[in-house]
Ligand binder design. Sequence first.
Ligand code: NDP
Length: 798
Amino acid sequence: MDIKEIYNTMEYGTAPESASAAIEYLENHQKKFNLFIDGEWQKPISEKFEKTYNPANQEFLAEIAEAGEADVDLAVKAANKALPEWVKIGGFERAKYLYAIARQLQKHSRLFAVLETLDNGKPIRETRDIDIPIAIRHFYHHAGWARLMDTEMKDYQEVGVIGQIIPWNFPLMMLAWKIAPALAMGNTVVLKPAELTSLSALLFAEICEKVGLPKGVVNIVTGSGTVAGSALVNHADVHKVAFTGSTNVGKILRRETAGSGKKISLELGGKSPFIVFEDADLDAAVEGVVDAIWFNQGEVCCAGSRLLVQESVAEKFYAKLKTRMAKLRIGNPMDKSIDMGAIVSKNQIESIKNLVKIGVEEGCELFQCENEMPENGYFYPPTLFTNVSTTSTIAQEEIFGPVLVAMTFRSHNEAVALANNTKYGLAASIWTENINIALDIAPKIKAGSIWINCTNQFDASSGFGGYRESGFGREGGKEGLYEYVKPKLNKEFADQPILEARTENQEPRVENQDSRFEGIDKTAKMYINGKQARPDGGYSLDVMDFYGNKIGEVGEGNRKDLRNAVEAARNEKSWSGMTGHSRAQVLYYLAENLSYRAEEFAKRIASQTNQSLKSAEDEVEKSIERIYYYAAMADKYDGKAHSTVQRMTTLAMPEAIGVMAIICPDENPLLGFISAIIPAISMGNTVVVVPSEKSPLSATDFYQILETSDVPAGTVNIVTGNQVELSTELAKHYDVDGIWNFGNGDCKTIETLAADSMKRSWCMYGKYRNWMLAEQGEGEEFLRHATEIKNIWIPYGA
Ligand code: NDP
């Protein structure tokens, strides 16, 4: 083509990047890599290796060690051995290492970019400009957090050895998101990269060697998920699991770790909406779609894969989009002028083709252009489906490829309903020129990241993570640090209840039947949707005092009672919509009404326990004080404006989780109940509470206080009965978003069942808090467990 022709057609030429440096790197290693354990390159005990190929041309790249259980064990041992010294050197020394890693990554950024492209098939333009710079930024940012740990995280300490498992779609970036915060907070790690894309993790191990990172602080075990991954997750000396990948595997990991007390964070799949309102800048939105679904071939967990367009502009928008699709360039990912590279593997492209076939069979309208594509390699064209119904498989299932499904909406409410019509909740993109619309819709969408007039924005200073089946935990920013620390005071929790518990089946001893307690109503009902409720099953349970004397009865709640209670909690919308200030006023009012009846509540505590009246009075006073604490925090536990990328501000907003199930402790019948439910409701959640099984009467008395304190019906629902049975039902219930177990619920059962709908759980794993102590019984930790952080990205100073 001569210059004149080029001017006429304005066609791009090719601009290939040379692969020679990366090929030379592979050849220098004889195209074979061992495991990086304890600072050494160790042959796998399994003696197995797996070949890795370039998905763009199927050329052989290298052989990668397949770690077996014994190899993983060595790596975990190395990480454990390295842990005490890594903690001891302190934040400043760790900051120096993280900074050195960032600098080294920067110095070798092109080699990383090329290697990543060869291994994964993604365009060099993206690895060079996005993956590697974001990875570097993570190490810089977390070098900062390491330095600041002593002051900013002073009540927290490292978790220990972290087992990290990452997927193939952003190999180095995911590694950085996992390793940087873990090291900053004083943990050591064993990381398993995806088998398909291990090369950049191995090159990273060499960077660790280069900067002299102490042996065993970072260990890289390559291999399969089912062998190496599973061995890592189930290793007894791994204290936390951090996973990014599919929702199915995320659920397996949650079940495998259930009840073990291992911390776990899961960043899973998505089916994120990309919403275009009629007043949007349609051309900008078209470019947004390109970045949302054709970036990284659509192999992005937060890809804007569901296009929702306002009906009035839908045809116009589709026409623009189709024109743009025809211009997308698909081909050799090493070519800098390419928009889309290769799909990562044969399996992945088959899975995409299969879902597209299902879409066609279900009557959706398929649009693909005649984009030129290389014959070899796993290339798939940009694809648009219109005429898609909400129930279509392709509207619900994550395709993880360059396939966009489009639907229309008429009203704003319909847009929100469609956006939330998914089991996932990772991200959403909102396009409108009207700030009122954007900021009205943003809080209504259940997703961890909301991008206004932008998409796929990430930064180390902002948390990223999901709601619902997109998983839990955040990566990035201060909110992400909490995944890699535990409160120092956890060490102080007791192995036995703080207060002496009543022994079962003892002979009654009439010691506590003081005339002081006469006249107290002893048949308590449950409390559902603002009304006293008899148990559906018609059974009651005896309530005994500490000495075994019967002092009353409560209803024996069953599945149906819970169903009614959850329904009431779900339907109560006004509470979460109230401002923190309004909720605070209600909470103060609760405290005031409790104080009027302090004497009666103290007697009730004393009648159920072996506490003296004085100690019971102290408990009531402490309960009032605790309500004051959360009333105070209701309008103070607020968000942050993160300093992320240029021309953006990112608002990190704590939002209520939704419907929470709370299993109360047996100790401190009133204070235990108050300490468990008030933080949850102070943040706008509605709750279904199972009070202490032994001493439920303080909780059932409390509904009279709720009734007189302007708490909307359905905000607090109280179901009495067997805690193990009721907590099991609540853990199973699909409409419960989170569950806390401070009582006798079985942590393993709860966390296993909670995995089905990915509800958040918080358990004590056989430890006991001293509820009378403020440092154990209240605090921001409770509020963090009662909220999700939503990050809203807003153009700012643009
Ligand atoms: P997986 O969830 O299977 O893989 C993610 C990581 O987990 C890999 O390192 C994998 O190992 C490992 N793994 C797999 N099974 C286990 C296990 N039982 N125990 C421990 N670790 C395990 O995702 P895939 O790569 O198979 O992709 C499947 C689908 O998942 C995609 O089509 C996409 O929908 C979704 N996905 C979502 C991602 C996200 O970021 N949300 C990322 C990647 C995929 P290995 O693969 O090496 O065997």
